[in-house]
Design a protein around this ligand. Structure first.
Ligand code: HEC
Ligand code: HEC
Length: 271
C-alpha cells in the first residue's frame, strides 16, 4: 500500500516497468525474427544429418508405424499373382524414388531429404509387413514419402509390401518398360491441341512409367487398342492407381483420352 507515496513517482515507476516490458517484448520479437531469418533457411537447406537426427527419425517412424500399423499379417505374402500386381504398382509409383531394385537409387531417391529408404537395409528389413503397409498407405509427413491410400486399394498395398520383401530377398526381376524417345516426348505440348495436351498429362502423371510412352509396355501393361478412361478414375485391382478429380480434372481426362485414342489405331504387338 502506498498511502504516503508521491503519485508522480508511482506513475513514473509504473512507466519504467512498462518500458522494461516493452524492451523485453521487443527483444523477444527480434530474437524470433533472427531465428526465422537465420535458422529457418539453414533448417530448410541443410542436407547432412546432425548428430542423432537420423536415429531419431528412424525411431519415430518405427514407433508410430508399429503402434498405428497393428499386427496384421500380409494376406498375399506368397501369392504369385499379387507379386506381379505389386511389381507393376511398385515400378510405376515407387521406383522413381526407391529404385527399381529397391536400393533407394531411383532418379529422385538421392535428391530428397531424408533420402528415399534403401529397402535392402537392415532397418527396412526389420520392419513388419504391417508397418510397411501403414507407411505406404499413410505416407510419412515431413518427408518426401507420399501417402498412397487414395490411389491404391488395400489389396494392392499388401501386394507392394510382398514385392518389397521379394526385392529384399533379391529374387525379384524388374519390369522392362520402354523409355520415351525425344520425338515421343515432343508430342507433349500443353498449348497445341487436345491430343498434345493429353500427351503432356500422360507423361507428367507418369502413365508412361507403367504403360510405356505409347501404351507399348509388355504384357498386361500394354494399353494398345484398349481405351477405357473409366478405369483412370476408379483404378483397378491389378495395380492401376486411381486418379481422382484432385489429380486429373474432367477436362484433363478428356484430353488424356484423345491421346490414348492414338493407341487404339496401333497394332497391339510393339514395333
Ligand atoms: C517422391 C519420392 C518417394 C516416392 C515416389 C515413394 N517414396 Fe517411399 N519413401 C520416400 C522417402 C524419402 C522415405 C524415407 C523417409 C524417412 O527416412 O523417414 C520413404 C520411406 C518409405 C518406407 C519406409 C521404409 C522404412 O524402413 O522406414 C516405405 C515402406 C516406403 N517408402 C514405401 C514406398 C512405396 C511402396 C512407394 C510406392 C507406392 C513409395 N514408397 C514411393 C520417398 C518416396
Ligand atoms: C503403377 C502402374 C500404373 C500407372 C502409373 C498407370 N497405370 Fe494404367 N494400368 C495399370 C495396370 C496394372 C492396369 C491393368 C492391366 C490389366 O488389367 O491387366 C492398367 C490399366 C489401364 C487401362 C485399361 C486397359 C484395359 O485393359 O482396358 C488404361 C486405359 C490405363 N491403365 C490408363 C492409364 C493412364 C491414362 C494412366 C496415367 C494417368 C495410367 N494408366 C497409369 C498400371 C498403371
Amino acid at each position: 500500500m502506498r498511502i504516503h507515496g508521491d503519485p508522480g513517482r508511482v506513475f513514473s515507476r509504473r512507466l519504467s516497468k512498462r518500458r522494461a516490458l516493452f524492451v523485453a517484448a521487443g527483444g523477444a520479437v527480434t530474437a524470433l525474427v533472427l531465428v526465422l531469418v537465420l535458422a529457418l533457411p539453414l533448417a530448410l537447406t541443410h542436407r547432412q544429418d546432425l548428430p542423432l537426427e537420423r536415429v531419431y527419425g528412424d525411431a519415430a517412424v518405427s514407433v508410430v508405424s508399429r503402434v498405428l500399423g497393428g499386427d496384421a499379417q500380409n494376406p498375399v505374402a506368397n501369392d504369385a499373382r499379387a507379386l506381379s500386381t505389386g511389381r507393376a504398382a511398385y515400378t510405376g509409383s515407387c521406383a522413381v524414388c526407391h529404385g527399381a531394385k529397391g536400393d533407394g537409387r531411383g532418379a529422385l531417391g538421392r535428391t530428397t531429404y531424408p533420402d528415399a529408404t534403401d529397402f535392402t537395409s537392415d532397418a527396412a528389413k526389420s520392419k513388419t509387413d504391417a508397418q510397411l503397409f501403414w507407411i505406404v498407405k499413410n505416407g510419412l509427413g515431413f518427408t518426401a514419402m507420399p501417402a498412397f491410400g487414395s490411389q491404391y486399394k488395400d489389396a494392392e498395398i499388401w501386394a507392394m509390401v510382398a514385392y518389397i520383401r521379394a526385392l529384399q530377398r533379391g529374387n525379384a526381376s524388374a519390369l522392362a518398360i520402354p523409355e520415351p524417345s525425344v520425338a515421343q516426348l515432343a508430342t507433349a505440348d500443353p498449348t497445341v491441341s487436345r491430343q498434345t495436351r493429353g500427351a503432356a498429362i500422360y507423361f507428367a502423371l507418369g502413365c508412361h512409367l507403367c504403360h510405356g510412352p505409347e501404351g507399348d509396355a509388355p504384357g498386361d501393361l500394354s494399353i494398345r487398342g484398349r481405351i477405357e478412361t473409366e478405369i483412370v478414375r476408379k483404378g483397378d485391382e491389378r495395380g492401376m492407381p486411381a486418379y481422382g478429380p484432385d489429380l486429373i480434372t474432367d477436362a484433363e481426362l478428356a484430353d488424356l483420352e484423345s491421346y490414348l485414342l492414338r493407341f487404339a489405331a496401333i497394332p497391339s504387338s510393339p514395333d
